[in-house]
Design a protein around this ligand. Structure first.
Ligand SMILES: NC(=O)c1ccc[n+]([C@@H]2O[C@H](COP(=O)([O-])OP(=O)(O)OC[C@H]3O[C@@H](n4cnc5c(N)ncnc54)[C@H](O)[C@@H]3O)[C@@H](O)[C@H]2O)c1
Length: 401
């Protein structure tokens, strides 16, 4: 990675912002020069850790956005603040990298996308959404198989994400904002579900949605001790069934909590072959997590055959053959490399996230209205939930978007 300079500020210095800093660690050109959080002790601890001087620590994002030596802003606040703050960042003429989900509703995601179109024309700013599943060799290899026709006519995808009992902020040690409706908007569907939906929609070439049904549940009584006086207000389980143009069908299930040991596999079925999304066993060079991998099921000489694609090793081979892919394994590196023109393309995470929000919204609306939802109803039925006003100890922020 070259070291062309990109000067970055952060809005939100909570848990996930530290992961972003790890992501930037391999991009020496990224200079994080300022940070903003309304929680002053959290902000100070963060700035002390990363060497941000006193005069570059902000409790009011507007002051940080006035600086003309900042080119890009990394937005790490909770869901219902993504649109208000990302629009403010782009309006200030700065590139914006926003955490997932793009927003808690399709309506808000569309507002952010429209703002990008406007400010991109006016001042060339770019918008990216954190989408780690797009930056996996598993995703690239599956997409290649689909695009090259190795699976034949692709007609069905099963998309699952399973946690037996791990509702963030409740059973895991994260912010309770994850299950606060006003701040997060929604639960399992918009937290982990969007990662898996985005991955599949990207692999399938962002197919045009036709209709969708869905159900969302919150049934498992949270422990009073873990709630600590808070209320659990979002879904812990979501499922959906969607049809796309041409009949392509997608089945989806995402759980933060379910009394079940497994809910099946993510896979794509085509007329000539199918791929199942798996994990490689740990190996030297692999990151501390199991490497997402693939099994290919097809026929040869009339016989069924199963091929282990071993994505961990294939990623090294791929990088040798197609060096650009080394900029495609990490959200932040990819964004930095694209903005500093070290690669001449960028995965359109803002478009993928918008389409993901559309399907997710269809699932949520179907659950709420208890009926199937047609694609053309989503624009009309989706209602914004993004915050217009935020009261803080530093004053009240009125968001204009
Ligand atoms: N924690 C994770 O494991 C994780 C993983 C992936 C994505 N995310 C996403 O990241 C986002 C943030 O999650 P988190 O776990 O870091 O939450 P967090 O609560 O730890 O951090 C959010 C921070 O935003 C600050 N904030 C709120 N309003 C602000 C404002 N107007 N200006 C500046 N700062 C403000 C809060 O004070 C807080 O410190 C969420 O959208 C979540 O979906 C989190």
């Amino acid at each position: 990675m070259g070291n062309k300079e990109l000067r970055v500020g952060f809005i939100g210095t909570g848990v996930i912002s530290h992961m972003h800093m790890q992501g930037y660690a391999d991009a020496p050109g990224v200079k994080v020069v300022a940070a903003c959080d309304i929680d002053k002790p959290v902000l100070d601890a963060w700035c002390d850790k990363y060497g941000i001087p006193e005069d570059s620590r902000y409790t009011d994002y507007r002051k940080m956005l006035e600086r003309d030596d900042i080119q890009a802003v990394d937005v790490c606040v909770h869901n219902n603040l993504h649109t208000p703050l990302s629009v403010a960042v782009m309006r200030a003429g700065k590139h914006c990298f926003c955490e997932k989900p793009m927003a808690a509703t399709y309506a808000d995601a569309k507002t952010m996308y429209d703002a990008w179109e406007r400010y991109n024309k006016e001042s060339d700013v770019e918008l990216a959404i954190q989408m780690s599943t797009i930056f996996q060799s598993q995703t690239r290899l599956a997409k290649k198989l689909v695009d090259q026709g190795d699976l034949g006519h692709v007609y069905f995808a099963n998309v699952v994400g399973h946690r037996r009992r791990n509702r963030p902020g409740l059973e895991s040690n994260l912010s309770t904002n994850f299950f606060n409706k006003e701040i997060a908007g929604r639960g399992a569907l918009y937290d982990m579900g969007i990662y898996h939906i985005a991955q599949m929609l990207f692999i399938l070439g962002l197919p045009k949605l036709d209709r969708v049904s869905g159900s969302m549940f919150s049934e498992i009584e949270p422990s009073e001790k873990l709630l600590k006086g808070n209320k659990f207000e979002v879904e812990e389980l979501a499922m959906g069934f969607a049809k796309f143009a041409g009949g392509l069908s997608l089945n989806f299930m995402e759980s933060w909590a379910i009394h079940m040991d497994t809910i099946g596999d993510t896979y794509i079925a085509g007329s000539k072959g199918g791929v199942k999304f798996t994990y490689d066993p740990p190996q030297p060079f692999a990151p501390p997590f199991p490497t997402p991998s693939l099994m290919l099921f097809t026929t040869k000489n009339g016989q069924d055959i199963d091929i282990n694609m071993n994505c961990g090793m294939n990623a090294f081979i791929e990088q040798g053959e197609e060096p650009y892919t080394k900029y495609c394994n990490n959200n932040m590196m990819h964004w930095y490399a694209a903005l500093t023109k070290q690669i001449d393309f960028r995965y359109p995470t803002h478009k993928i996230a918008l389409e993901t929000a559309r399907l997710s919204e269809g699932i949520a609306l179907s659950s709420e209205l208890n009926r199937e939802i047609c694609d053309d109803e989503i624009d009309e039925l989706s209602k914004p939930t993004a915050m217009r006003k935020q009261v803080t100890e530093w004053g009240t922020f009125e968001y204009d978007f």
